[in-house]
Write a protein that binds this ligand. Structure first.
Ligand SMILES: Cc1cc2nc3c(=O)[nH]c(=O)nc-3n(C[C@H](O)[C@H](O)[C@H](O)COP(=O)(O)OP(=O)(O)OC[C@H]3O[C@@H](n4cnc5c(N)ncnc54)[C@H](O)[C@@H]3O)c2cc1C
Length: 307
């Protein structure tokens, strides 16, 4: 089995930006586990030291159920590192075209390399990207419903040289959906930040500002956080981060899932999985991938097959 990944590392939206002096988990800040298989999976990773459970301290308007959350160790990018062992992964290989020839799959990367032939193909990009890849390849996918929707998210990454920003008191607004600590602090290192924060913008706001420049987004989000601080703590905030960077997630979280765990086309040996099949979380991604794997390995007859 060969994995083709367009970025330079594993993790996908379990992402970390690393810079001298600090790091920011700018995709999922943590993972919740609600089903026994995912709890078992995370406990296995914990035994390998790549995740750690902790009390739910996220300042999140959807945090309905306080309890345990799981975070990558030392950062989210590392959460899945133990899974990489033994896998043949080709990094910086964006697959731009697929071709089915003589019952087998050929993959063309954006750089022009051709990979394959392979007996079976599994696609796991966000829904819109999977659909675009299939359409571009002349492979209509009527079974991949147009109703599947994922919303974008602008993330703001902040680093402060001194502690006491008070940002954790800012709360949410029409603009800001979530304020999360950026992870372990590195203030003891030269140039290290005393505080790192990640601000996630609201879905509607992110959509309305999707094509704005990063600098403009950073200014708007920082301004909103400062206003929230005045509102919630009653004092003027002087937010002067030493590090400011905005990151756009075009397909961040699922709004409308497919409603079935995965797709497997036996005649074409083509499988599709991803969080968006079931929902908006890392657990949904895990359950989707696992259901597809079980079907390919012939361990489950009860799962949906699209013929
Ligand atoms: C801002 C934000 C906040 C989130 N908060 C939470 C949270 O609190 N809790 C939670 O559980 N989840 C959260 N999530 C969602 C969670 O990150 C996802 O559900 C999960 O990572 C999805 O995994 P996946 O494998 O389905 O997709 P992805 O992680 O998106 O992986 C898809 C991979 O495919 C690669 N790829 C795409 N197209 C190609 C191509 N053509 N060729 C090669 N490679 C390609 C991508 O580079 C990527 O690595 C959040 C996500 C974001 C962005």
């Amino acid at each position: 089995m060969t994995v083709f990944e367009k970025s330079g590392d594993i993790g996908g939206r379990l992402a970390t930006r690393r810079r001298a002096g600090g790091f920011w988990n700018h995709g999922a800040p943590a993972m919740e586990a609600r089903t026994p298989p995912f709890v078992d999976f995370l406990q296995d990773l914990e035994a390998h030291g790549s995740v750690r459970s902790f009390a739910n301290l996220l300042y999140d308007e959807d945090a309905a159920a306080p309890g345990l959350l799981w975070r990558g160790c030392p950062d989210m990018r590392e959460a899945l590192r133990p899974l990489q062992t033994g896998l043949d992964i080709v990094f910086r290989a964006e697959i731009s075209r697929l071709e089915r020839r003589n019952g087998r799959w050929l993959l063309a990367s954006a750089s022009g390399d051709i990979h394959g032939p392979f007996d079976a193909l599994i696609l796991t990009p966000p829904a819109a990207q999977a659909r675009a890849l299939l359409t571009r390849s002349g492979l209509p996918a009527p079974w991949l419903s147009e109703d599947v929707l994922m919303h974008p998210c602008w993330a703001l990454l902040l680093g402060f040289e001194n502690s006491g920003s008070g940002i954790q008191r800012a709360g949410t607004s029409d603009v800001v959906a979530r304020v999360a600590s950026g992870g372990a602090l590195a203030s003891s290192e030269p140039g290290g930040f005393a505080e790192t924060w990640v601000i996630h913008a609201q879905p509607a706001w992110s959509r309305a500002h999707l094509e704005c420049g990063r600098e403009e987004i950073a200014e708007l989000l920082l301004g909103d956080v400062a206003r929230q601080l005045v509102r919630t703590s009653g004092r003027e905030a002087r937010l002067q981060p030493a590090y400011v960077s905005a990151h756009r997630w075009r397909h961040a979280r699922t709004l409308q899932p497919l409603g079935t765990s995965h797709i497997w086309l036996e005649d074409q040996r083509l499988g599709i999985a991803g969080d968006w099949c079931l929902g908006a979380t890392a657990e949904d991604a895990f359950l989707s991938g696992r259901a597809l794997a079980e079907q390919i390995l012939g361990r489950s007859a009860a799962l949906r097959t699209v013929a």
